[in-house]
Design a protein around this ligand. Structure first.
Ligand code: SF4
Length: 109
């Protein structure tokens, strides 16, 4: 078993966690936030303005203010991160809290 750590390391920035897509029609920073309707920073991503029908491509959603604010917070003020982020991203980058192996494949492996 690999060593666990309580250090908060966002997998969406430093790992290989991909974007999520909520059944509501919104892109989320990861699948763990697909129902984070009341989580700080994330709740703004569920606004009617950010519904996927209003955009031609995902990049345009990622360039909106709520998304910029979220990643600025993760990088510069991570103590403000939603509790969902702390729950899932206080493990090592290659493990989920459910102990699922998330082996990181590097380009030269
Ligand atoms: S839980 Fe939060 S910090 Fe972790 S990958 Fe998802 S959005 Fe990023």
């Amino acid at each position: 078993m690999k060593e666990q750590t309580n250090k908060f390391v966002p997998k969406c920035i430093y790992g290989n966690k991909d974007l999520g897509y909520s059944p509501t029609g919104h892109i989320t920073p990861c699948c763990w936030h697909n129902q984070s309707f009341d989580q700080p920073y994330i709740e703004d991503m569920f606004s009617s303005e950010l519904h996927i029908d209003n955009f031609d491509c995902v990049d345009d959603i990622l360039n909106t203010t709520p998304w910029a604010r979220f990643f600025e917070m993760l990088l510069n003020n991570p103590s403000d991160a939603p509790i969902v982020c702390y729950y899932h991203c206080c493990t090592t980058l290659d493990r989920d809290v459910e102990e699922t192996d998330r082996t990181i494949i590097k380009p030269d492996d």
